[in-house]
Design a protein around this ligand. Structure first.
Ligand code: FES
Length: 291
């Protein structure tokens, strides 16, 4: 069954890719000028994607609508439907903020997910309208079945949304499985200046065992973050320095150099930070700062 479902989802790429690219363009243009709103919707203040929190509400509430309809508790079912539609809208707004910084296959799948959710929302609104116009009539059954159909579309959308996160790792910290070892290890900068030192005033890539870091030297102080951006893996060593922070070149997440704290989204996760010191032999070594 899983392969059959996967084939159906992949078959949607033909229409989802161009639609996703189109949606991405206007959503990016919408959210880029208001980073504070985007941060709020991404969930940086929560340290967790807000969309993932809010999506539970409509699914639970809209399932409850079916239960209340079966029990013929009409008013309760109708009120629950209104609340479910409102929570769907809240989840959609937060999802749109995440989507505006989603690329590649994840964007294509997120397009299938969001399209199904929009269709489910429209069908739910139709059910609500039918309920309003047929509260006392036989047409109530049509309204109820309409919301059952909407729930099936919603469940399909949730399935695809789960793939975006669990199979494609969208909005999952790129450092989720990184160990927190704090042993000093020899550091190998990829570049040196004429004096054999780490170049100043721009990020420089360096190897630290199996990890790659982005270094920033200011005089005798060398600050270091992991090179792989926690949001979606962008190379921070190709980013820019801004107000004591490193800015990712891919979607402009901003991390404080001293401790890796996320100062601007779309990342909702902090970046691993490292202490760097000179060795007696004139080289450098580094270790991870405790988070
Ligand atoms: S990869 Fe998205 S902000 Fe760095």
């Amino acid at each position: 069954m899983d392969r059959w479902l996967a084939r159906i989802i992949v078959a949607q790429d033909r229409w989802a890719r161009p639609l996703g690219d189109f949606n991405h363009r206007w959503l990016r243009a919408l959210f880029r000028p208001m980073p504070a709103i985007r941060d709020l919707l991404n969930g940086r203040w929560l340290g967790h994607p807000l969309h993932g929190v809010l999506t539970d509400a409509p699914i639970g509430i809209l399932f409850l609508v079916i239960v209340l309809d079966v029990l013929d508790l009409r008013s309760a079912a109708d009120v629950a439907l209104v609340v479910g539609i409102l929570t769907m809208l809240a989840a959609a707004v937060t999802g749109a903020a995440d989507y505006s910084d989603t690329d590649g296959t994840a964007r294509v799948r997120a397009t299938v997910h969001s399209t199904l959710m929009v269709v489910a929302l429209v069908v739910y609104v139709a059910s609500l309208a039918l309920r309003g116009s047929s509260a006392a009539g036989d047409d109530r059954a049509v309204a109820v079945w309409t919301s059952v159909v909407a729930f099936l579309i919603l469940a399909a959308g949730a399935y695809v949304g789960g793939d975006v996160v669990y199979a494609l790792g969208n909005m999952v910290s790129r450092h989720a499985f990184r160990g927190a070892g704090t042993k000093w290890i020899a550091l190998e900068p990829a570049e040196r200046d004429e004096a054999g030192d780490i170049p100043e005033g721009r990020p420089v890539k360096a190897k630290l065992g199996i990890n790659t870091l982005a270094l920033v030297r200011e005089g005798d102080t060398v600050l270091a973050l992991h090179d792989t951006c926690a949001h979606a893996g962008g190379p921070l060593s190709e980013g820019t320095i801004e107000d004591g922070c490193l800015v990712c070149p891919w979607h402009a997440s901003k991390y404080r150099l001293t401790d890796g704290r996320a100062r601007r989204g779309p990342t909702v996760y902090d970046q691993p930070a490292y202490e760097v010191r000179r060795t007696e032999a004139g080289g450098w070594e580094a270790r991870r700062r405790p988070s």
